[in-house]
Design a protein around this ligand. Structure first.
Ligand SMILES: NC(=O)c1ccc[n+]([C@@H]2O[C@H](COP(=O)([O-])OP(=O)(O)OC[C@H]3O[C@@H](n4cnc5c(N)ncnc54)[C@H](OP(=O)(O)O)[C@@H]3O)[C@@H](O)[C@H]2O)c1
Length: 312
């Protein structure tokens, strides 16, 4: 059963939700949306950062397991949405022990705390658990990561499946939308460069299914509040686009035609981490299970630019 948007009708029994990574791109959006929907939301922070003034927060460092169990013990959530992670694939490649400590061991500590306190656990995973050679991937396809980041996310998925009774795993495609100064999204980077006339480089042969962050939040909240347990669900945008085409479409909406977008190929080596050519996700299951229906890329881009201009 999906209960998005009905929070006000069940104020007597509003679940408390703990969202990790409240200062992050996705975590920030999740906290705001749970708040708007009148859920009792608590966001975790690792250091000082700007969060909405009404948001309750608790300190949690995934490398400090005492802080992890204390955060869960002190807030006693019914639902934990675990979005915090070391998420940049190139950073994970450069610092594999940090990626393992945060993404794998940190998730294990949080999953154990969730189990001890009987909380439902929603783990945010990634399209990078696949090698990206032959998408679109459905939930029945075998994950075969080729990057440190993908390996850590897959390990964390297995830990969640092993340690938590009531869990759901969401694999997200590449996100876009308005980020924060500390955690800029990939569209923030493109808008900042293109609007100031700087050129950008983008892969012409790296295909993804970009998803606006508001749709990711919608799908995550639908799954978090549902009774579906022991499931893996993919969330993705409705169009397959190369990174180059995405940048080009964004530039058209931005009307920043004097900035150059230089197309490169993956094998020319822009990043350290392995990137597959076809890291796209099929989200038929999310549609059937949750009624998930993302907005079009065009609508998402218009919204992103309006938010960036402060005109939304
Ligand atoms: N963005 C995408 O395109 C995308 C695609 C697929 C999946 N995902 C998944 O979505 C989730 C959110 O990604 P995002 O893009 O929102 O990432 P993000 O903006 O980089 O935010 C990551 C968050 O994790 C927190 N964090 C990092 N290390 C931590 C630690 N040791 N202890 C506690 N918190 C820690 C950060 O805290 P600080 O603010 O203190 O640094 C930050 O709040 C991740 O699980 C990622 O794997 C993202």
């Amino acid at each position: 059963m999906v209960r998005v948007g009905t929070a006000k009708m069940q104020m007597d029994n509003v679940p408390r939700v703990l969202v990790t990574g409240a200062c992050g791109f996705l975590g920030g959006h999740l906290c705001r949306r749970f708040g708007v929907e009148s859920y009792d939301v608590v966001g975790t922070t690792r250091s000082d950062c700007a969060v909405p003034s009404k948001l309750k927060t608790v300190r949690l460092d995934l490398c400090d397991h005492t802080s992890v169990s204390a955060a869960v013990e002190n807030t006693r959530p019914q639902i934990i949405v675990h979005a915090a992670a070391v998420c940049r694939p190139d950073v994970c490649e450069e610092r594999p022990s940090l990626a393992f400590a945060v993404n794998v061991l940190g998730t294990k500590a949080l999953a154990s705390a969730a189990r001890s306190f009987g909380a439902r656990f929603v783990f945010v995973s990634s399209d990078f658990v696949f090698d990206g050679d032959e998408g679109p991937y459905s939930e029945s396809d075998l994950p075969e990561p080729k990057s440190v980041y993908g390996h850590t996310k897959l390990e964390a998925e297995k830990i969640v499946q092993k340690h938590v009774l009531n869990y759901a795993i969401i694999r997200l495609s590449l996100l876009f939308g308005m980020g924060t100064i500390k955690h800029m999204s990939m569209s923030d980077h493109l808008i900042t460069a293109l609007s100031s006339g700087q050129g950008v480089t983008a892969h012409t042969d790296e295909y993804r299914t970009p998803l606006h962050v508001s749709d990711a939040v919608d799908g995550i909240i639908r799954l978090a509040l549902s009774d579906h347990s022991g499931v893996v669900v993919h969330l993705a945008g409705d169009e397959r686009l190369s990174r180059y085409s995405f940048a080009y479409r964004l530039q058209s909406h931005l009307r920043a035609s004097n900035a150059q977008i230089i197309g490169t190929r993956i094998d020319e080596g822009l990043g350290r981490a392995y990137r597959g050519k076809e890291c796209t996700l099929d989200c038929t299951k999310a549609h059937l299970l949750l009624g998930f229906k993302p907005q079009s890329i065009e609508k998402g881009l218009r919204r992103t630019i309006a938010e960036w201009r402060g005109t939304s």
